[in-house]
Design a binder for this molecule. Structure first.
Ligand SMILES: Cc1ncc(COP(=O)(O)O)c(C=O)c1O
Length: 485
């Protein structure tokens, strides 16, 4: 291909993606609305895209920028002078490392366990799965969505290597009682991680206007580590989070070296080995450009935008906000005349993306909204679209799973399904055409309605079955081997 052909193809393949800028995508992306910051970030991303954080002595620029970012975050999150940290590829990697580090700090514990609120991010389940740690889930308050510190304390035992609190939780946007949870953990001699992937770059600014914002930082004595994502409310390109530890001793088990092979000596702070300096440089550039005053202004915009949304939903006939969100995320639940999955489709048809969340425990299915600064000026437009989408979804009536299918799903053991059975089930769920070829549905309500009535294990099996099929490559007939080249 010529360069221009490549450019055209790249533009064409992007055509069906959600927009990353403009404030109409209320999940997955975080947009400051600051064109200059975006442009500078892209420049830095490109300039450092080929550098490699594999060896800090080979690219000292990366080490220097990493230490700057860690220092900045340590200041924001009230870290003591001994605070150390690492740049990771995202919130998930930060949480994986927090769990791995906690596990490896306790070689004396044979069956390590992780005590977490049921609202904690799914990455903790992934970490538990990867590192052979037993997740101990503690129900959150069914009304507020907040972790219940006394119940968390009861769940801590001799096997517990880590206790988790979220600031805020993703599903309902509420900050857990960090002080109480960390105090219980400390009394038991257990590490406590605060997942501030969302709130870590917002709460410190919100606190400047309101000292009453819930605790989230190293000011709480029992907090041993904190994760914060720059690619969320730091408004930097994807690929940058920070994992901070209160002291070098606490971080020590995170560091890995291997000299047990004939190649270069490997020395890593994170799960990645080769690590592009691009996202790190972009984060460094953007945080420098936006600066403290800039982030304060952005946090205020988001706070006011959230208040506007909560007030508007408060007078809506069919919607309500779950709990009382603390930062920038909220979950909308609907009454019986409306279902949130149809509402999501109707919003998308009007150019707005909101993220469906399946029902879970005492919580109904909800629509998740992440408010970015770029969304705030467009809220009047959004609220008009929301009203129209609600009317359309109410008129259409709720999308429900076929009762017969729901009954089958409730009883089905995913372990009993072979590939053909899966193909059949995926077709019934609207996720393939029955031939095994996966489909990307344009309207998702019917799919979500089916997933919503399935038990958790079956939901997971269906999702993995779908991902397995949708992520297979499309090959030219016969592949390269038979093409004679
Ligand atoms: C609270 C929280 N923790 C962790 C993560 C995982 O972050 P990432 O998607 O960057 O891996 C998220 C993502 O939304 C989150 O909201």
């Amino acid at each position: 291909m010529t360069p221009d052909e490549v450019r055209q193809q790249l533009a064409a393949v992007r055509a069906h993606d959600l927009p990353t800028h403009g404030g109409r995508t209320l999940a997955y992306v975080y947009d400051s609305g600051l064109a200059e910051a975006d442009a500078l970030g892209r420049e830095a991303l490109a300039a450092f895209g080929g550098t490699n954080g594999l060896d800090p002595t080979a690219f000292p620029s990366l080490l220097a920028m990493e230490q700057d970012l860690v220092g900045l975050a340590a200041d924001l999150l009230d870290g003591p002078p001994e605070t150390v940290g690492s740049v990771t590829s995202g919130g998930t990697e930060s949480l994986l490392l927090a769990v791995q580090t906690a596990r490896d700090s306790r070689p004396d514990v044979e069956r390590p366990a992780l005590v977490m609120p049921s609202s904690a991010h799914a990455s903790f389940h992934k970490a538990a799965h990867y590192f052979g740690v037993r997740p101990v889930l503690v129900d959150v308050d069914p009304v507020t969505g907040r972790a219940v510190a006394s119940a968390m304390a009861e769940a801590i035992d001799a096997d517990t290597v880590l206790v988790v609190a979220s600031a805020p939780s993703y599903p309902h946007g509420v900050v857990d009682p960090v002080t109480e949870i960390a105090t219980h953990a400390q009394a038991a001699g257990v590490r406590c991680h605060v997942d501030a992937c969302i709130g870590g770059w917002l709460l410190p600014y919100l606190r400047r206007d309101d000292p009453g914002v819930p605790a989230y930082s190293f000011l709480v004595p029992g907090v041993t580590s904190i994760s914060v994502d720059l690619h969320k409310y730091g408004y930097t390109p994807k690929g940058v989070s920070l994992l901070l530890h209160r002291s070098p001793e606490l971080r020590r088990p995170q560091l890995f070296a291997s000299a047990a092979w004939p190649g270069y000596t490997m020395l890593n702070t994170t799960t990645q080995s080769t690590r592009s300096g691009g996202p790190l440089a972009a984060a460094w550039a953007i945080t420098r450009l936006i600066g403290d005053d800039g982030y304060l202004a952005l946090a205020r915009e988001v706070r006011d935008g959230l208040a506007t949304l909560v007030a508007a939903v408060g007078v809506s006939a069919h919607l309500r906000v779950v709990g009382r969100p603390d930062t920038s995320l909220l979950a909308l639940a609907a009454d019986d005349a409306l279902d949130v999955f149809t509402l999501a489709d109707e919003l998308l048809a009007r150019g707005w993306y909101a993220q469906p969340q399946l029902s879970s425990g005492p919580f109904p299915a909800t629509l998740h909204l992440s408010v970015s600064a770029a969304t705030v000026p467009r809220l009047p437009e959004f609220l008009t679209a929301l009203d129209a989408a609600v009317d359309a979804a109410v008129a259409a009536g709720p999308t429900t799973a076929d009762p017969g299918l729901a009954a089958v799903l409730a009883e089905l053991d995913p372990a009993s399904l072979d590939d053909a059975g899966f193909d059949q089930l995926l077709a019934m769920a609207g996720l393939s055409d029955g031939s095994g070829a996966p489909a990307l549905p344009t309207r998702m309500a019917a799919v979500n309605a089916v997933l919503d009535v399935a038990p958790t294990a079956l939901r997971e099996a269906l999702l993995v079955g779908y991902l397995d099929r949708v992520s297979r490559p499309v090959r030219a007939a016969g592949g390269v081997a038979s093409s004679g080249s």
